[in-house]
Design a protein. Structure first.
Lengths: 115, 112
């Protein structure tokens, strides 16, 4: 079936260090899956961080980047230098978002950035 | 601009009591609407979706029901809560195909 596996948390990093959250997917019933990273900051709802709909392309937002790699079925999220405000739960997701289909999410990765 | 609002923000309920969670979309007609649920330590699971008023499809059976009484409203409910219903409930909408879903702020439910 379709599924998403991401880095298990919690992950703790120091400010200005680099961060990578691994995400791999399986899309057996979706021919051309779109890939997403969502983020939930403390006390807030789920927000779209970035989205990539074409294999081989890279998405970026707020200093984060993720490349849609169809060969390795991966969509890892990276940031070169994190800030305390990046502390949040990050979710990798895939889907076609048409009709009844919405998104299939990973379990989420809790990231804590220490000053 | 489109907005999505969920209510209540949080609920503490007793086992066996009824529940009603709401979701309202503003600024978009005929959106596709979705309910998601995340148990503590679990993943976000799609529960229901609705493409049009009066029509709701179930994706996962959790002894919950959903209704879409108006174009801009999506309701999640049950007559009898179970402990296993505890978790975080999110409403989402998609306006056009392949659009990234927009999520509400969520409702945190604790069943005691």
């Amino acid at each position: 079936g379709d599924s998403v596996t991401q880095t298990e948390g919690p992950v703790t990093v120091s400010e200005s260090e680099s961060l990578i959250i691994n995400c791999t997917y399986s899309a057996t019933s979706i021919a051309y899956p779109n890939l997403f990273w969502y983020v939930r900051y403390p006390g807030e709802g789920l927000q779209l961080l970035l989205k990539v709909i074409t294999a081989g392309q890279k998405g970026s937002s707020r200093g984060f980047e993720a490349t849609y790699n169809k060969e390795t079925t991966s969509f890892h999220l990276q940031k070169a230098s994190v800030q305390e405000s990046d502390s949040a739960v990050y979710y990798c997701a895939l889907g076609e978002t048409q009709g009844g289909r919405a998104l299939i999410f990973g379990t989420g990765t809790t990231v804590s950035v220490s000053p | 601009a489109q907005t999505i609002h969920q209510w209540p923000v949080a609920e503490i309920k007793a086992v066996g009591s009824p529940l009603s969670l709401g979701c309202t979309i503003k600024g978009k007609s005929s959106p596709n609407l979705y309910w998601y649920w995340q148990a503590t330590g679990g993943t976000l699971q799609q529960l229901f979706y609705s493409i049009t008023v009066g029509q709701v499809e179930s994706v996962v059976q959790l002894n919950l029901s959903a209704s879409r009484p108006k174009d801009d409203q999506f309701i999640l409910s049950t007559e009898k809560l179970l402990l296993s219903h505890s978790g975080f409930y999110l409403c989402a909408w998609i306006g056009t195909p392949n659009q990234a879903p927009l999520f509400g702020e969520g409702t945190r439910l604790s069943v005691l």
